[in-house]
Design a protein around this ligand. Structure first.
Ligand code: AMP
Ligand code: MG
Length: 308
């Protein structure tokens, strides 16, 4: 059950205060960086008739409102694409709810409720957003290193600033070197962040764009943190042609009717675009050098455990 005394001692701890202070600086500096780059911040969407399918999540978060069924946001991917009708470069600090399997409680990197800094750029390529991701991360790390010296000393964290361009591996190369569960062993071996490129279609959702000349391979990417901190972000170019989107939805075995509204937007015309989402709590964990993700925020909710 819920242990209020234990909760209070965590809330009052120096460790949590310092992690949250660093988190504030992450939010502030990434906002500064993106606005300098011409991005506009949009407010997050919490409920909608459509959300990211994330087909490996067995349970869907739904609420009934006025007789309509709304999904609780797993990610704002479709809203990001549709936003590009209004603005060419957008971002949002987007709360996501994902009912992760309870086994992920011990992973150190999964929460049920987390925030991603989610962005999308009209007419951009994967290469454009890879470069943007590198610049964003370097900007934030430099800012924290300069302005949060005392907090970093508290965490005994010697933060290294990586140099762009970051190295990269294809998904296929990672598989060959480390096998199916490549993320942890690969990340442990890294001393700087690394891009993983070109995921196969069955590993990703239907909205990442397939190479026009490489069947089944997507123009997408993950960024992997060094020192065992694992996945930092996921993103890529997006599928925008309605026929291709329909084909991809069907290939996933998803009923087209559940994406009816999205498909209507696709038929009216979506823009070619690329973007990514970077987890704020995971970035905080990496910067502070923390063992566990629940140490990075107030009201952390771990899979399978009652949180506040
Ligand atoms: P995804 O689109 O699933 O790759 O999510 C985007 C980013 O959000 C990931 O790269 C992580 O940084 C972060 N993220 C995803 N799931 C979780 C989770 N359950 N808890 C905390 N952060 C997460
Ligand atoms: Mg991912």
């Amino acid at each position: 059950m819920f242990d209020v005394d234990r909760y209070l001692s965590v809330l009052r701890s120096e460790k949590l205060k310092r992690a949250v202070n660093i988190q504030n600086e992450i939010i502030q500096s990434s906002r500064d960086f993106l606005r300098q780059q011409g991005f506009v911040e949009i407010l997050p969407v919490i409920i909608s008739p459509i959300t990211d399918p994330l087909t490996d999540y067995r349970i869907r978060g739904e609420i009934e409102c006025y007789g309509f069924t709304y999904q609780i946001t797993k990610s704002m991917i479709f809203h990001k694409q549709i936003s590009l009708h209004s603005l060419a470069r957008i971002f949002s600090f987007s709360p996501n709810i994902r009912i992760e399997p309870s086994e992920r409680q011990e992973s150190g990197k999964h929460l049920v409720e987390f925030v991603q800094l989610d962005l999308e750029v009209r007419d951009a390529s994967r290469e454009d957003v890879v470069k943007l991701g590198e610049e964003l991360l370097i900007f934030v790390l430099e800012h924290i290193k300069a302005d949060c010296r005392e907090d970093l000393e508290f965490f005994k964290r010697d933060l290294k600033i990586p140099k762009a361009p970051f190295p990269s591996l294809s998904h296929e190369e990672a598989l060959q070197a480390f096998g199916k569960d490549y993320e942890a062993p690969l990340s442990r071996r890294l001393e700087e962040p690394l891009w993983l490129l070109d995921f196969p279609m069955d590993e990703r959702e239907f909205y990442d764009r397939e190479y026009p000349d490489r069947a089944g391979i997507l123009k997408d990417m993950d960024l992997i943190y060094p020192e065992g901190y694992g996945e930092a972000l996921s993103g890529g170019e997006r599928e925008f042609e309605p026929e291709k989107i329909k084909k991809r939805i069907e290939l996933k075995g998803i009923d087209l009717r559940s994406y009816d509204i999205y498909l209507k937007f696709a038929e009216k015309g979506l823009f070619p675009s690329a973007g990514f989402g970077i987890g704020v709590e995971r970035l905080t964990r990496y910067i502070c050098g923390l063992e566990r993700i629940e140490e990075t925020r107030l009201f952390a909710k771990l899979p399978g455990i009652l949180g506040l």
